[in-house]
Every structure is written in structure tokens, then in C-alpha cells.
Write a protein that binds this ligand. Structure first.
Ligand SMILES: *[C@@H]1O[C@H](CO)[C@@H](O)[C@H](O)[C@H]1NC(C)=O
Ligand SMILES: *[C@@H]1O[C@H](CO)[C@@H](O)[C@H](O)[C@H]1NC(C)=O
Length: 476
């Protein structure tokens, strides 16, 4: 379980492209930071935790770039109270796993933090993977509903914002098509890498079950808790913006398909009760059917849309479709080639991770697209951020002076502000990924996404980077 905590505030100043402040955003706009239990908590064997599919996965050789695991990571399981105190500027967030959730949440009223809790952030109990193949089984829908019910019942007096799933598009593909993430299923690479799986069908089955599980949790909340607790339910989708590679129709269509196969895959069922037409056409029988009954349950089953947005890519038509011929996997179904440069010019400077190019105008286009296509629903930017490399010989002072991160957030926030003020997008919150440096899945500890530096060689001490002061000033 991941959780995002923030403190709501008011106050206003003036915004322009250079100076960002609360005043550039509507009253009641929420600022926060985001984290996830698995990447933060460590304490792998404590509190009756039990193995998750990520514990199993990281123990398999060759999966994590620096051969690390998340057994300790930044030890947030033991240090969350300290973190709350240290980071007690106005926003902060913590990560919490279910075993610790109760304790964490007890602290919140005292610290003035408003929690946004995520029910599923990738760490499925291994026991469910073993018993019935996890998300591949319809049983997961019922079990998720029961789990959600328990969380609503236990924590719903304090948690008013619930996120059912984090990045279902990302983990459907990484976990079941490429096999690069837990549970590591695929059929595209040699069998020594993926022992089981079917890359052309499983991602779609998993996503389908997740949508139904989301719908079931939403409905349970409406029936049993909404009146009494008055909370809101959303889902956090990983959403890149795709810019057409050229003005040619075939590339414009490709950019649309890229959006259909990522954002539309989940939002179309939730708003229109069906998968995007381009997906139906290109995937055919391999795409599970949304029956009229399912459709009725899904439509309208979100109070807000969470967008995890980091970057933008160019998209162009894949005419030759070699990947399709060779790999026969879900990722090739869209017939799109994405690139980060055009005519030798990159779309934006790279952060530490290869996938993360800095393209601030993309967030405005994305917000505008969601407004136009889905009828201006409430949106929360549930993650936005960039990473620096973790270089062993970099001086501490250099690492703490994270000007690139400050510029990143300044430019993304000014474009977001324009989306709200000028384009009329109903965006209600913005969470920085992440509060602390932490364990970045396949990249292990090779990158640093935090506002706070974690000194891995000195007892995991947390030290504020320059961006902490900058963010405080924005919020003042
Ligand atoms: C949006 O970001 C771009 C950089 O991508 C920046 O040049 C521009 O000033 C920003 N626009 C607004 C309205 O802040
Ligand atoms: C490491 O940090 C924790 C949390 O601040 C503290 O409780 C502990 O005593 C420290 N350990 C050492 C060896 O300094």
C-alpha cells in the first residue's frame, strides 16, 4: 500500500513563467509529495508482511541494475515519525504498507497531513500469485474488493482520497509483456528469462481484471461508506504525452493510437464503457470483452483521475511492423514507434533515466486532452518528478544543489497553471515524486528522485536538497 500525505493550505501570490506560487493555482488546490511502500519501507520480514511478488522477483538474478533489493531501502518502516518531523514543511508524504498503516495514520491528525492512500502499488502478496496467478485470475477481482472494503472500513474516517491502482498500464506491460518487472511473465524472450507467460494476451487479461476490480471497489464504497465517510475514489494512470512525429496523417493517427493504448485503455472503459476502437480493431479477439453489464458498472466509477506524468515522446506510424512479426506481443499491437528525437534534435533534456526527457509543455497538452476527450473530469497529477544519477564520487554539495529538479518543477508547474487558468482544465492537485531518494525498481539505487537526499553510506540520513527550500517557498 502506498500513501500520499499532504497538508492543505491556502494563500496566494502571483505566477508567471519564472516564479511559481500557490497563487497561480485555484483555492483548495492540493500540493504534496508521493511515495510507495515497496520503494520506501524496507523491513522486509517484519510486521507479518509476507513476501510480495517484488520480493520474489528481485531475488531472481539479473533483474535489478545494481543487484540491489528493497529489503531495507530507506527504512521508512522504522523512520516514518522522524521523517514526518524532519519534513514538516507544509507538505509531505509518507509511504505506508498495510502493516504500518494504522500507526502512520494515527500520527496524521497531529502532523496536519492529509493522506491520499493507494490500495495497490505493485506489491501483490506472493501467496496470491502462487494460488491463482494473481491478476490473471478473476478471483483477484473479488479479493481486491474485499481488501478495499477492509481498508475503507478501517481507515475511511481519516482517508478521504483513495487511489485504487497505481499505473495499471505500466505494470500490465512490464509484468506480463516484456517481463521486466514482477511477476516477470512473458513469452517474447528466451525461456530462461521468462519461465511462463503469453505476451500477446496476458497484459490485456490483467488490465481487464484490474478495471473490474477497480469498479467493484468503487461500488463497494458507494454502497457501504460514501454517505458516512464522504471520500473520493480515483485511479492513478501512467500517462506520457505523445506528440505526432510529423504533420502526416499517418503519424497524427499513430500519436492518437499511442494515447488510446495507454490512457484510453483505462479511461475509455471508465467513461464510455468500452475499449478504444483502435484497440478493438488491432487486438481483435485477444482483447477481453466488456459486456453491457460490466460496462454499466465501469462507467462513471471514478471521482477523479490521477495522472502520473513525467515525460513526452514523439510517435510515428510503424509501417513495417518488425516488432510485431518478431515478438508478437502486446506492445507492438498499436503499430506505433516512439522516439525522443526528431531530425537529430531531442525533445527535451534527459534526466538520469533514459526514458525521462524533460518536456514541460507536455503536461499542458495532456491536461487539455483529458479535458476535451473525457468532459473535463477532476484531475490530480499524482506523480511528477525527475531523477539525478547516484554517482558514488559526486560530492555531497553537488548532489544537494539540484537546480535541474527545481527548473523541472518550475516549468511543469507553470505549464500546468496555464492549463488550469487559460485552458480551463479542472486540475485539483499536484504531487512531486518523490519525498526522499528511494529504491527505483529495476534501476535499484542508481538514480535519485527525492527532494531529500538519502545518505546510503551514513545510516540513511535524510538531508534536504535545494529543491526542498524552493518547494517551501512556492507553498508559502
Ligand atoms: C511551458 O514550458 C516551456 C518549456 O517546455 C516553457 O518554455 C514555457 O515558458 C512554459 N509555458 C508556460 C505557460 O509557463
Ligand atoms: C541511525 O538512524 C536512526 C534513525 O535516525 C537512529 O535511531 C539510529 O540510532 C542511527 N544509528 C546509528 C548507528 O547512528
Amino acid at each position: 500500500m502506498g500513501i500520499i500525505l499532504i497538508l492543505s493550505c491556502i494563500i496566494g501570490l502571483v505566477v508567471n513563467a519564472e516564479v511559481i506560487s500557490r497563487g497561480g493555482f485555484p483555492n483548495g488546490f492540493t500540493f504534496g509529495t508521493a511515495s510507495s511502500a515497496y520503494q520506501f519501507e524496507g523491513a522486509v520480514n517484519e510486521g507479518n508482511k509476507g513476501d510480495s511478488i517484488w520480493d520474489t522477483f528481485t531475488r531472481r538474478p539479473g533483474r535489478i541494475m545494481d543487484f540491489s533489493n528493497a529489503d531495507t531501502t530507506v527504512d521508512q518502516y522504522h523512520r516514518f515519525k522522524v521523517t514526518i518531523k524532519e519534513a514538516s514543511y507544509e507538505l509531505r508524504k509518507l509511504d505506508i504498507l498495510s502493516r504500518k498503516l494504522r500507526t502512520h495514520l494515527r500520527c496524521l491528525p497531529l502532523s496536519g497531513i492529509k493522506p491520499y492512500a493507494t490500495l495497490y502499488h505493485w506489491d501483490l502478496p506472493q501467496a496470491l500469485e502462487d494460488r491463482y496467478n494473481g491478476w490473471l485470475s478473476k478471483q483477484s477481482i473479488e479479493d481486491f474488493e474485499r481488501y478495499a472494503y477492509t481498508c475503507f472500513k478501517t481507515f475511511g474516517d481519516r482517508v478521504k482520497y483513495w487511489i485504487t491502482f497505481n499505473e495499471p498500464h505500466g505494470f500490465s506491460l512490464q509484468g506480463y509483456d516484456t517481463g521486466l518487472q514482477a511477476p516477470g511473465r512473458c513469452s517474447i524472450i528466451a525461456h530462461m528469462f521468462c519461465r511462463k507467460g503469453k505476451s500477446s494476451t496476458e497484459p490485456y487479461i490483467v488490465a481487464h481484471n484490474i478495471l473490474l476490480a477497480h469498479g467493484a471497489a468503487f461500488q463497494t464504497y458507494q454502497i457501504h461508506f460514501k454517505d458516512r465517510q464522504g471520500g473520493l475514489i480515483g485511479i492513478a494512470l501512467d500517462a506520457k504525452w505523445y506528440e505526432s512525429f510529423s504533420h502526416k496523417d499517418e503519424d497524427t493517427d499513430a500519436a492518437q493510437r499511442a494515447l488510446d493504448f495507454s490512457l484510453g485503455w483505462f479511461l475509455d472503459p471508465l467513461f464510455f464503457g468500452k475499449y478504444p476502437l483502435s484497440m478493438q480493431t488491432l487486438i481483435g479477439q485477444r482483447l477481453p470483452e466488456i459486456t453491457p453489464e460490466m460496462s454499466q458498472r465501469l462507467v462513471g466509477s471514478v471521482d477523479f483521475i490521477g495522472l502520473n506524468h513525467y515525460t513526452t515522446l514523439y510517435a510515428r506510424n510503424d509501417r513495417i511492423r518488425i516488432r510485431k512479426l518478431v515478438l508478437q506481443d502486446a506492445s507492438s499491437d498499436s503499430a506505433v514507434i516512439t522516439t525522443s528525437s526528431r531530425g537529430g534534435v531531442v525533445i527535451g533534456k534527459k534526466a538520469a533515466s533514459n526514458w525521462l526527457h524533460i518536456v514541460p509543455w507536455g503536461i499542458r497538452k495532456l491536461a487539455r486532452y483529458v479535458k476535451d476527450i473525457y468532459g473535463n473530469p477532476p484531475v490530480i497529477i499524482t506523480e511528477n518528478g525527475m531523477d539525478d544519477p547516484n554517482r558514488p564520487f559526486m560530492s555531497l554539495n553537488t548532489a544537494l544543489q539540484d537546480d535541474k529538479r527545481i527548473r523541472y518543477h518550475r516549468d511543469y508547474l507553470s505549464n500546468l497553471s496555464a492549463a488550469i487558468r487559460i485552458d480551463g482544465c479542472d486540475v485539483r492537485g499536484y504531487f512531486i515524486w518523490s519525498l526522499l531518494d528511494n529504491w527505483e525498481w529495476n534501476s535499484g539505487y542508481t538514480v535519485r528522485f527525492g527532494l531529500y537526499y538519502v545518505d546510503y553510506r551514513n545510516n540513511l540520513t535524510r538531508i534536504p536538497k535545494a529543491s526542498v527550500q524552493w518547494f517551501k517557498d512556492v507553498l508559502r
